[in-house]
Design a protein around this ligand. Structure first.
Ligand SMILES: Nc1ncnc2c1ncn2[C@@H]1O[C@H](COP(=O)(O)OP(=O)(O)O)[C@@H](O)[C@H]1O
Ligand SMILES: [Mg+2]
Length: 466
């Protein structure tokens, strides 16, 4: 690292010490400020904002240790190096506790000073970087990054912000796929007092129940065949942080019972363990299903639903957010522009803006992002035009928000009905990740009907689920 970065304040009542130090420092291209008393040092510190302070302990009008406290309060980033004639243990300990970076003894050896200062400068840079990283990490997951000026979104964010800083132990995020549940969960974590602690996420749809259980609870050695050594679960690892249970509606009923117990009692045990461990993490659960309905039909535990929904944040679907869809489209246009070589996109054609506002957006913001990314690849001009929108978006007309039929309109030249059916069936399959039962539900037909339609179109249903 280059020397000569920043100002150095030399505080010593001995004029010859100051002279010797400042001569050496100047030759290394540091800028020097001098002070001979506590009072003068405080003033110099305020006026010149030095990066480094060389501080004598015995001063005529007070102790360098008190000055150390003052400096660390006013400028926590400042690196303080103590200079002391007689090294006594008590002072040393006090100074280190007070945040001194290092000590050098008198008489000062120039080489030692040089190394110490170089260290000090590095330390300061490092501190800055760490702080920067923390700020940036927070920035990426801030409520300010969530786009939405509609009343519905403002209400959801306002509630989420309030519960973030509260001491509420569990929160339920409810919203269709792509509405921003992940985004909200992180924003809540990083807006809370837990921000510096871990944020750990697990997707209940992606793992079998026994794996989720051992991931969450951890296990003792020998709890099951593969448990060769004990393992801490997320409940322990989160340690003061937040656990995000995504798609909790997919969690098996037996595991739901165990989770409920943890929430009620505030303690848990590792699998195969006997010791009660205190839960010290906030649980944020998310679901794209209506858990109340699910519990009425027996797919979700009603008692767990009640426990989780004490604080429920409903994230509204995009089609009910009015002009937010245009704001979000512009946001994604800016994003794709950064990656796009050549001409930038400048906006949406009026026709596209109209279509966007009336479209059903079942995939919500995620779908919107995909539409913009696709258009940005296909468009040659500087506007997103309807020519490069997915076929099923075309022909939308003004409608009551959320009306089911809004997205479909017969093209002027007509279209074979069967191909539309097949296209929609295929989309339902894709959206549900190949789950025939849920795809059929989306289309409001039976699983067998769906299977039949797919077969008729020559689609291999065996590759989807059973
Ligand atoms: N209001 C919003 N502002 C900016 N980006 C958003 C917003 N809502 C969602 N996104 C983005 O859309 C995508 C889907 O959001 P996500 O939080 O994963 O949805 P969910 O978890 O509800 O399925 C992510 O890339 C996310 O960053
Ligand atoms: Mg998600």
């Amino acid at each position: 690292m280059a020397e000569g970065i920043g100002k150095v304040l030399i505080v010593d009542d001995d004029r010859f010490v100051r002279m010797a130090l400042s001569e050496a420092l100047k030759s290394w291209e540091y800028e020097i400020v001098e002070a001979d008393s506590v009072k003068a040092a405080k003033k110099a510190f305020a006026d010149d904002e030095p990066a480094i302070v060389l501080l004598d302990i015995d001063l005529p009008d007070g102790s360098g240790l008190d000055l150390l406290t003052h400096v660390k309060e006013q400028g926590p980033d400042t690196v303080v190096v103590m200079i002391t004639g007689n090294v006594d243990v008590e002072n040393t300990v006090a100074a280190l506790r007070g945040g001194a970076h290092d000590f050098i003894g008198k008489p000062v050896r120039i080489e030692e000073l040089r190394v110490t200062l170089r260290n000090a400068t590095e330390t300061r840079e490092l501190r800055r970087e760490v702080q920067q990283a923390r700020v940036e990490r927070k920035k990426g997951f801030d409520f300010a990054e969530i786009i939405g000026e509609s009343e519905a979104m403002q209400k959801a964010m306002e509630l989420a912000r309030r519960v973030a800083v509260s001491d509420v132990g569990s929160i339920l995020l409810n919203g269709e796929t792509g509405t921003g549940k992940d985004l909200f969960a992180r924003a809540i974590h990083f807006a809370s007092e837990r921000a510096d602690k871990p944020y750990l996420a697990i997707n209940c749809a992606a793992l079998p129940a026994n794996l989720i259980e051992s991931e969450l609870f951890g296990y003792e050695k020998g709890a099951f065949t593969d448990a060769k050594a004990k393992k801490e679960g997320l409940f322990e690892q989160a340690h003061g942080g937040t656990i995000f249970l995504d798609e909790i509606g997919e969690m098996e009923l037996s595991l739901q019972a165990k989770l409920l117990r943890v929430l009620e009692e505030g303690t848990f045990r590792r699998v195969g363990g006997l010791k009660d461990i205190h839960l010290n993490a906030r649980i944020i659960a998310a679901s794209n299903r209506n858990l109340k309905q699910e519990s009425e039909s027996g797919n979700f535990r009603l008692d767990l639903y009640f426990r989780l929904s004490v604080i429920q944040v409903d994230i509204p679907p995009l089609r009910t957010r009015g002009d937010d869809v245009i704001l979000l489209a512009k946001y994604y246009i800016e994003k794709v522009n950064q990656k796009r070589r050549g001409k930038s996109l400048i906006g949406l054609s009026p026709e596209v803006a109209r279509i966007f506002k009336n479209y059903g957006w079942t995939g919500n913001v995620r779908e919107l992002r995909n539409v913009i990314e696709r258009a940005s690849i296909l468009e040659d001009g500087d506007m997103v035009t309807s020519a490069h929108l997915p076929a099923d978006m075309l022909g939308g007309h003004p409608n009551a928000a959320g009306s089911r039929s809004s997205a479909f309109m017969l093209p002027l030249e007509g279209v074979p009905l069967e191909s539309v059916e097949f296209e929609l069936a295929k989309q339902a399959i894709e959206r549900t990740g190949g789950n025939l039962t849920r795809a059929a539900k989306l289309l409001d037909i039976s699983r067998d009907q769906l299977r039949y339609k797919l077969r008729k179109a020559g689609y291999d249903t065996e590759s989807a689920d059973q």
